[in-house]
Design a protein around this ligand. Structure first.
Ligand code: UDP
Ligand code: MN
Length: 254
């Protein structure tokens, strides 16, 4: 087992589909690090076994919910309270350093160089670039940091009701201190940039290293939703995601 790991999280069967793709895409591009899934107790035994066939470790963690209906309503994403569960990644102290990847990301090439970075390294959020997006970040597991994060959550909550608000207020020096802790956007290319800044996407998009299907629509959402009104590029990323998912299905015995 490697001393460093990529970590993802799945609290539902759908996000397990996403987690599978995260693991497969990391393996396809030859990562030398361990790949770890955190799941909550409600995830079925079958899904857990499926994950065990692609992950080096599947760890059951407690479900945590911000229960912050007000801020989640502002975000129009009531389901994101559950993302507080992500904080448990700091308890993985048998690894010296980890990279967290949301279950709705797709890795397009080897990104092991991320382990050269320190805590807390992340890419800017496209909606508010002085915040980092918490879909891809480098961190150092530590029970001390975990306890401080829980304490911070209890004291201050989260300004968006999800993990991203909490992590940004905890690592509050991120926007104006060490530029080495700022990842290039191509490590967390949110699909929405295709619509918000198309010329930049056309110019730089071919360098993308990790695509993030940020937002309410996920690759596993119904096909018809993606057919309607989405760009060719977006549909190409979604079909790449499905190709990775189907590869997995074929390698797992029924
Ligand atoms: N997540 C989960 N179950 C949920 C919602 C979120 O397991 O019901 C996890 C999953 O790893 C997901 C991450 O939390 O990728 C963050 O949520 P999401 O990606 O939906 O947020 P977005 O990136 O769209 O803001
Ligand atoms: Mn995400």
């Amino acid at each position: 087992m490697a001393d460093e790991a990529f970590v993802t999280l799945a609290t539902t069967e759908s996000y397990c589909m996403g987690a599978t793709v995260v693991a497969r895409s990391l393996q396809r591009h030859g990562t030398t690090r361990s790949i770890v899934a955190m799941v909550t107790p409600n995830v079925s035994q079958k899904s857990r076994l499926d994950l065990e066939s692609v992950f080096d470790e599947v760890i059951v963690v407690d479900m945590m919910d911000s229960e912050d209906r007000y801020h989640l309503a502002l975000l129009e994403r009531p389901e994101l309270g559950i993302t507080f569960t992500k904080i448990h990644c700091w308890t993985l102290t048998h690894y010296s350093k980890c990279v967290f990847l949301d279950a709705d990301t797709l890795v397009l090439c080897n990104v092991d160089e991320l382990f050269e970075r320190d805590e807390l390294t992340a890419a800017p959020d496209p909606g508010w670039p002085d915040c980092f997006n918490s879909g891809v970040f480098v961190f150092k597991p530590s029970l001390h940091t975990h306890a401080r994060l829980l304490d911070h959550a209890l004291q201050h909550g989260s300004f968006d009701g999800g993990d991203q608000g909490l992590l940004n207020s905890f690592f509050s020096s991120w926007p104006h201190t060490d530029i080495a802790k700022h990842l290039p956007f191509i490590y967390n290319l949110s699909a929405s940039s295709i619509y918000t800044y198309l010329p930049a996407f056309q110019h730089f998009g071919h360098n993308a290293k990790i695509v993030h299907f940020l937002g309410a629509m996920k690759p596993w959402s119904s096909h018809s939703q993606w057919e309607a009104g989405h760009s060719h590029t977006m549909r190409r990323f979604v079909s790449l995601w499905w190709r990775e998912y189907d590869t997995q299905q074929h390698t797992t015995p029924p």
